[in-house]
Design a protein around this ligand. Sequence first.
Ligand code: DGL
Length: 279
Amino acid sequence: MVQFPNQNGAIGVFDSGYGGLTILSEIRKRLPQYDYIYLGDNARTPYGTRSFDVVYEYTRQCVEKLFELGCPLVILGCNTASAKALKSIQMSDLPIWNPDRRVLGVIRPTVEEIDSFTKTRHVGLFATVGTVQSESYPIEIHKIFPDIQVSSVACPLWVPLVENSEFDGDGADYFVKKYIDQLLAQDALIDTVILGCTHYPLLLAKIKKYLPPHIRVISQGAIVSASLEDYLSRHVDLEAWLTRGGECRFYTTESEEKFKKSAAIFLSEQIDVRHIQLS
Ligand code: DGL
């Protein structure tokens, strides 16, 4: 396996597709001084319905590519990858690649904050099939807050609605309402709902339309960016490697044109994107 030296570089943000752009935008708003590299594995999205082994292998290849591009730190801006690949990468790959580089996910920071939102201690989760089946959210929540009850619903059709720019169309209403009804039928005491997939903030308007108004909806962008700021303040050696030009480069495993068009839905700026081949 390749080894990567200690070096200065950008913060890498990875997602199976466009969803991680909701995380990247919030991180850049909060920490605009750093350079960033975004990598979307759009050619192989969605990850949400794939097996543990496949998600791990795809994610590992993408993190390796971001390390090759010089990133000392990579954020998995994808819940499915955080649920199914993060631990294996941290335990098996990082020690060989370079134990000083870091890979962080989006589940732990979200879980750490949940206590401040729920009063009834009944929480709902919308996520991909992979994230729900991994049980990462209930497991991580119960490690810190054993009294919180978690009910989960997998929403396999929400990512395709977003990826195909149908998130604000009339057709989306049916599938948004369907999964919300499933969740509320499981537990009527839920007062907080986690959007445990980085694509779902695009459906926020529709989700709010069908959720009872007393239920709070937690998107991860702001939570993950605050947690990253705190992490960097506590890991000064790693922080010192981050380059500070305020630039962001975008890479996709799919076509550049396709990425540019769809990314415009998530970002309010014109971007340059390069196709990248994974080995
Ligand atoms: N955005 C990814 C997540 O947060 C899921 C998209 C996919 O299924 O590839 O889980």
